[in-house]
Write a protein that binds this ligand. Sequence first.
Ligand SMILES: NC(=O)c1ccc[n+]([C@@H]2O[C@H](COP(=O)([O-])OP(=O)(O)OC[C@H]3O[C@@H](n4cnc5c(N)ncnc54)[C@H](O)[C@@H]3O)[C@@H](O)[C@H]2O)c1
Length: 443
Amino acid sequence: MSLASEQLEKLLREKTCTIGVIGLGYVGLPLAVEYAKKGIKTIGIDVVEEKVAMLNRGENYIADINSEWVKEIVTSKTFSATTDFSVCSECDIIFICVPTPFTVNKDPDISHIVDSTRGVTNSLRAGQLIILKSTTFPGTTEKYVKPILDEAGLKCGSEYFLAFSPERIDPGNKVWHTANTPIVVGGITENCTKLAVLANEIIISKVVPVNSPGVAEMEKLLENIFRSVNIALVNELAQLCDRIGVNIWEVVEAASTKPFGFMPFYPGPGIGGHCILIDPYYLSWMAREYDFVTNFITLAAEVNESMPFYVRSMIIKEIAKQPVSLASANILILGMAFKKDVDDLRHSPALRIAELLLEEGITNITYHDPYIPTTKIGETIYTSTKSITPELLSSANVVVITTDHSVFDYEMIVKHSKVVLDTRNACKHIKDATNVVLLGDGK
Ligand SMILES: NC(=O)c1ccc[n+]([C@@H]2O[C@H](COP(=O)([O-])OP(=O)(O)OC[C@H]3O[C@@H](n4cnc5c(N)ncnc54)[C@H](O)[C@@H]3O)[C@@H](O)[C@H]2O)c1
């Protein structure tokens, strides 16, 4: 063991280390808050000045984080934020939690990882541990991040340390959060893994070491591809059920009574967010380098990405049953966020459906989402209606439930709407509702 490694291990065991978190979004901010809550000096780094200024005023912008915690850690000076990467030199552990989007052609864009790694490299010193948390393709840590850090002239594994540890946070989940969700860690060397495990164990109850960053990178993709493929399977079966008049939701519930070998997944208007829609493409892009075609990923993407189109055709079918043209039909979209009870709009299927309606000449679109006050659909900025009123519901030709937020009053929605197109089975408890058209029911 090297001196740098021994010194870092001592800091970690005594919990006297300083933590740096680059990228203060859905992943980075909860992580930073968790360390700071333990009384560990934590510095957040982000390129967006407004976020940094808000945090330094003690203001929180992530729904899952208790705003009081942010106030407390800022007031006690345990946490501060900055746009200045030179503070990295003060940090013993640096987590990189920046976005990993795709390009318009759905190729990986790891430019945020590369940029932030460069920011770290400029002040890299002996005894620092860098942990990449952004989801990415196998080989990123070893082939892209390490060579940049190596430019500082230090040796990985003895002078500085590097590991990959994928994030599993599930925004909106009331049970599983940063501290109680087990995570996987794979370091470049055994020593890197050991130190990264110790660093994570300060705040996380179960840390699972694996033999390389590649295993950790790949297992994260497996988790997300597993979801994408299984959601695609039920989405495809939902379309079949629509044809044959069998309720897919009842089918899934019935299958779920099997105590082994089955796990329920539910259909919907499509998938969104920053994970299961994007991450599978990272692997299929990488596979091409090895003359390998990831058929499951492609097929799942094809089905899931066709769902907003499918919902659009269901909406048009409902309009066609009424004495109104497409151009004058009023559509009310309930829920713009990509999933229930979150404020995340990224790649939201509701947004995609709205765009597809506009393309079809259906321009009278209104939406309500308490989590998304405004959004751009096509070239226009739309504002959420203040509330859902009986008048609003009855004035719509079709009310589409795209996101099943818990705060919605579904009884009221069904009572006052002409037609409710329910893509989430949100109205399942309402008995004998003749005006509800359920995706995957065929009635
Ligand atoms: N959101 C989730 O539920 C979730 C779950 C698991 C994994 N992930 C993965 O975690 C990573 C981060 O996702 P997120 O949802 O937190 O993204 P986010 O957009 O909410 O936050 C990322 C933050 O990084 C900042 N940033 C961008 N480039 C930067 C740079 N060069 N230097 C410093 N800061 C920079 C942005 O301003 C933003 O505040 C992604 O790889 C994502 O796939 C996300």
